[in-house]
Design a binder for this molecule. Sequence first.
Ligand SMILES: [Zn+2]
Length: 219
Amino acid sequence: MKRRIVLLGPPASGKGTQAERLAARYHIPAASTGELLRRERARGTALGREADAWTKRGQFFPDEIALRVVRQWLATCGTKAFLLDGFPRTLGQAVAFDAELLAHRAELDAVFYLALSDEAIRARVAMRITCARCGASFSVSLHGVNEGSACPACGEKLVRRGDDRPEALEERLAQHRRHTEPVIDFYREAGRLIEIDAAADRDTVFAKLCESIEEAVPA
Ligand SMILES: [Zn+2]
């Protein structure tokens, strides 16, 4: 059973949803850097304020901030089992994180990449509407809902996310190519990347992830 897991993927690859389902099925603590930093901001910690300052200047925060927040989280949940969603996001983060795990003799058991073509991403995002209250997302074509419909999960009005608008999406895709593709190559070259076709439906992707997680880890 693989228990130290990294889940990577471009926007709209279903990463967040799959991370949640895997965490629930295998009782593995899961986190994303975005969510961890939101919590730091909400609590008004020094780390949260520092991350905020970078975001306000319209810049990406340095690798060190992402590493610190992940390190802090691992200190609370331990390094026996964890699932990181969307981290490491840059090659610098991946290299530093690898060295830290090695020092703790807690190397990653699996690095998954949910692969999706740019065209498929654009098509998915064009159809996607989100609930601002509970964060659930729905597809106009698959779920028969539209902007302004009530969220099937909590009843709040569904909206289109600002970063799902076409220009914002192109920027996110460019960021992904620039920063995250080198991370994918890093794990691929090390023979540790497990690529999963994210174009399939959610349940098929989840089944493939489960199958791979349940394969024994080589001793
Ligand atoms: Zn909702």
